[in-house]
Design a binder for this molecule. Sequence first.
Ligand code: CO
Length: 340
Amino acid sequence: MPVIDVHSHDVPRGWPDLSEVTGAPGPWPWLRLETERDAMIMVGDREFRRINDRCWNPQVRAADMAADGVDIQVVSPTPVFFSYDRPPTEAAAIARVFNDLALEICAPMPDHLIPFCQVPLQDVDAACTELDRCLAAGHRGVEIGNHVGDRDLDDPGTVEFLQHCASVGAPVFVHPWDMTSSPRISRWMAQWLVGMPAETHLTILAMILGGVFDRVDESLRICFAHGGGSFAFWLGRFDNAWHQRPDVIGVSERPPADYLNRFSVDSVVFEPAALRLLVDTLGADHVMLGSDYPYPLGERPVGNVVRSSDFLSDAERDAILGNNATRFLALDPTSGGHHE
Ligand code: CO
């Protein structure tokens, strides 16, 4: 059984000037290389995030994977490049740039690095077109941000895109991004520590109450990052509200707990007690190893919490470490990571 990490990110080692790619003025992300191994993602003249060659060098990733006992990484874009707030033609052009560069990063290790693409989610036709192009070119699924401005994933266009993903068999990884900004949540790293889990919680709620799971085909394979945020912890409050306040909340056809078999979450929650809550709430067949590699808020060694959680049976641990992701990615389970 291959050990599969469904939550990692890449950043290419540079990219074309996005003002030329789009024909539109920035501020656009660009990469300020500081050494051969270190760089700063810039947005205009603002420093966004310090990164290193783990983001773009497959050999460096391979060494880390070997050290951590990971056979396969799903490699998703870093959300700062989504560009959902730009006109669709600009976002589509940017998606093409980063999706093609992601293929180059993963190409040297096709059995170990599985690229997921980004799409211009603000426009359903453009998003479907880019997904189809990417699947034909070698991408194996798609990462989407958890919202497009004020539109959550129950937005009709997004639902149509998710239905397209189900139709073509593309797995979907949902990542929080573009967190609410206010002076209170802009201190420390509160946008990441509180904002991201709340974003994901809100999006799962929106998919349930907005009737997305009622409308989209059951074959949709969808996974939420960071253990689904704070969703599992507050499921009881949600279910109680659904029953007690139908005047406010009775939109979905069935109570929230009835939809738990429709999605998965990753395991990057650090504490065995938190992992246990996910397994108890969603079932061990709906939790998949994730790490957020190579970023500092991710888990290293990858899989530490799964391997050290002694409440898991061997079968449950194997499910979380790889067997669930084998199905999520539609890998051939007999070929040790080779795809069909
Ligand atoms: Co991440």
